[in-house]
Design a protein around this ligand. Structure first.
Ligand SMILES: Cc1cc2nc3c(=O)[nH]c(=O)nc-3n(C[C@H](O)[C@H](O)[C@H](O)COP(=O)(O)OP(=O)(O)OC[C@H]3O[C@@H](n4cnc5c(N)ncnc54)[C@H](O)[C@@H]3O)c2cc1C
Length: 393
């Protein structure tokens, strides 16, 4: 029977990051299992915004630790992650001005390069912008976006160089638990004996969790993006933007286009069978949201789009934890459509936990699985529109 020190299930950015970080911490016999190909899940479809602006410190901290990796990816990981520091603008309605100020102050205290931007500043950053309904803004000059596929490939390749085996086209069918601890993983290519498993299976995780008696109320969502070629006369490599007033976000795509997403998408979608293309009605909503801010895009040619499958947790934050169902079981679950930018730190934390008994890069306690049965629920005091409403890319 094949053996491995650690089996990581899922070849998305979080699984690949975890495998890489395990090898950097001295675990040589890491096996990464991916049932299709690398980045086959949410990662391959990600908008991949890399911004620090959250309405809570713990996600901001994960994002900041991850930014350090994106910025210096070649030296830390090797290869390319396609990080483009075009800057990031957060827009909120006037009723959230004070909340934004408090969030910016907290982020500055964490060491994040961010500041409140006046509406005139935003007009300079986004020439031609219409700021109707916007009351305040934050600016992060060093943030931007990355290439989610390149990032994942590079993490996996670096893990392989560090001794890991990357096995694609191989599905983990069941985590084997005996006597209260993990003893192996059954796969479509036979059984692997191991004492440590990380489930990073994205929207497909429930089939591995259910046999262990685990149900965290996770819900798969199909979410989409659309791409518009820049209209004639528009040539700004503009910053990445989250527009909380219109539930939208956008960033440059390629040399002369803008990629935009609006709202959360369709809940309870089927991850085994969903349309990966973009819906015509969704394209129309994207054009409307983009044109509301950048009126030039009324004449922008539509150039495509796609849909991907994320997994929402009940409070819209990921679960990153050692699961109580068995000794030797860790998981990154419920990515909630916001866990690309934090994947370098998430993988690092999980690797630290497995090798050293606790994560040291960041405090993962807020992401514990048990929080859903505890009081009070996780609601950020300084949110921009209530639970489940803030666009979370
Ligand atoms: C349209 C869109 C836009 C987004 N925009 C952003 C953004 O701007 N910024 C941001 O931070 N995040 C964004 N996200 C979210 C982000 O992409 C995800 O949170 C992140 O990629 C999740 O990575 P993951 O590795 O946890 O899961 P996934 O990428 O879903 O990977 C899970 C992998 O596990 C594999 N798998 C599943 N079950 C098994 C099994 N039993 N055996 C073997 N393999 C298995 C799957 O095939 C898949 O490849 C976006 C997502 C989408 C879809």
């Amino acid at each position: 029977m094949r053996t491995a020190d650690v089996v990581v299930i899922g070849g998305g950015v979080n699984g690949a990051s975890t495998a890489f970080h395990l090898t950097t911490l001295g675990v040589r016999d890491v096996l990464l299992l991916e049932r299709r190909h690398l980045a086959a899940g949410a990662t391959g479809k990600s908008g991949a915004l890399v911004r620090m602006h959250y309405t809570n410190d713990v996600e901001s901290r994960l994002a900041l630790e991850s930014l350090k990796v994106f910025r210096d990816f070649g030296a830390i990981v090797g290869g390319e992650c396609g990080f483009e520091p075009v800057g990031f603008v957060q827009l909120v309605g006037p009723e959230y001005r004070d909340a934004l100020r408090r969030n910016v102050a907290r982020q500055q205290a964490l060491g994040i390069d961010t500041r409140e931007a006046s509406l005139d500043d935003v007009r300079r950053l986004l020439p031609g912008v219409d700021l109707a309904g916007v009351g305040a803004a934050a600016w992060e000059p060093g943030s931007g976006f990355a290439d989610p596929n390149a990032t994942t490939y590079a993490f996996a390749e670096a893990a392989r160089r560090g001794g890991a085996t990357i096995q694609t086209r191989c599905e983990a069918v069941r985590v084997v638990v005996e006597g209260g601890r993990v003893t192996g993983v059954e796969t479509t290519a036979g059984r692997v004996a191991t004492r440590a498993v990380v489930i990073a299976a994205g929207a497909w995780a429930p089939s591995l969790l259910a046999p262990l008696g685990l149900d965290y109320g996770l819900s798969p969502f199909r979410i989409q993006v659309a791409i518009f070629r820049w209209p004639a006369g528009f040539a700004q490599r503009h910053p990445a933007v989250i527009d909380a007033t219109r539930m939208s976000w956008f960033r440059p795509e390629g040399a002369a286009a803008t990629l935009i997403g609006v709202e959360l998408g369709a809940a309870h979608a089927d991850p085994e069978k969903f349309d990966e293309g973009v819906d015509a009605a969704y394209v129309a909503r994207c054009r409307e949201a983009l044109t509301a801010r950048l009126p030039q895009f009324a004449d922008a040619p539509m150039r495509g789009g796609w849909a991907g499958m994320i997994m929402m947790s009940p409070d819209g934050r990921p679960i990153i934890d050692r699961l109580p169902a068995a000794e030797g079981l860790w998981a990154m679950l419920g990515d909630s459509g916001t866990s690309f930018k934090t994947a370098p730190a998430i993988g690092r934390c999980l690797a630290e936990w497995i090798t050293a008994g606790a994560p040291s890069t960041a405090d993962l306690h807020p992401f514990r699985a048990s929080r859903f049965v505890e009081d009070p629920p996780w609601v950020d005091v300084d949110h921009y529109g209530g639970e489940g409403l803030t666009v979370s890319r």
